[in-house]
Ligand binder design. Structure first.
Ligand SMILES: Nc1nc2c(ncn2[C@@H]2O[C@H](COP(=O)(O)OP(=O)(O)OP(=O)(O)O)[C@@H](O)[C@H]2O)c(=O)[nH]1
Ligand SMILES: [Mg+2]
Length: 210
């Protein structure tokens, strides 16, 4: 398969936001590619980087920006889904619980979620909730992918450590998962993620318009 050197999703458009599982029926039937992770892990930034559209998803220095399930529709017909950031310390207990419930129901009820990118800030340890999300994906036949974000903040030694970390988790839980180290700031790993999305969805012919 031949790809254009730079695979962009240049005409991706915001399509809808959902705040409650009762509204999941509004989600279109085409394949979904989700982005999940702790607040501030860089989900919205990654979405903007892979689409090459800076203002598409809202990025914020203060955690807790994305509270809804936000859908962005690509020209190729599938949807990128920016999911609410969890683990936000300033969120009230009730707010956090309802966000986790929304996420849980999204993973368990939405049938056309094909790939779930699980983002973890590269400077943090691999957290337990993310491990359990990988296990949920396996049960639901969703393809889990781990993305360690903000790679620009790591030195060489930390980069090596982080790869070992992923291998250890894989061995421990017995589920292999693809794994990327990326930076939305300097572009590292971004094109690999784009290619992975096309491969996973079986999109073989990528003709780019610029
Ligand atoms: N250095 C560096 N900073 C990044 C990178 N990606 C995101 N950030 C910064 O991290 C902060 C959070 O980024 P967001 O993309 O808003 O994170 P999020 O996961 O969508 O956060 P919520 O919407 O709160 O869940 C912002 O200040 C970004 O500029 C990266 O690759 N490198
Ligand atoms: Mg966000």
């Amino acid at each position: 398969m031949k790809y254009h050197e730079e695979i962009h999703f240049p005409f991706t458009k915001y399509s809808l936001s959902i705040g409650t599982a009762d509204d999941f029926s509004q989600i279109p039937e085409e394949p979904l590619v989700g982005f999940v992770g702790r607040s501030n892990s860089g989900k919205s930034s990654l979405l903007n980087a892979i689409t090459n559209q800076k203002g598409l998803a809202k990025v914020s220095k203060s955690p807790g920006k994305t509270k809804l399930v936000n859908l962005f529709t690509t020209k190729q017909g599938f949807h990128l889904v920016d999911l609410p950031g969890f683990g936000y310390s300033k969120a009230s207990h009730r707010e956090h619980k309802s966000m986790m419930e929304l996420l849980d129901r999204f993973l368990n009820q939405v049938q056309n979620l094909k790939v779930l990118f699980i983002l973890i800030d590269a400077q943090r340890e691999f957290p337990a909730e993310e491990v359990s999300m990988i296990e949920t994906c396996q049960k639901k036949k969703i393809r889990p992918v781990v993305v360690r974000t903000k790679a620009d903040k790591l030195n060489q030694r930390e980069k090596i450590h982080i790869v070992r970390d992923a291998e250890e988790i894989m061995n421990h839980i017995g589920i292999p998962f693809p794994y990327f180290l990326c930076s939305s700031t300097n572009g590292k790993g971004i094109n690999e993620i784009r290619k992975f999305i096309f491969d996973s969805l079986g999109i073989s012919q990528v003709k780019q318009e610029r």
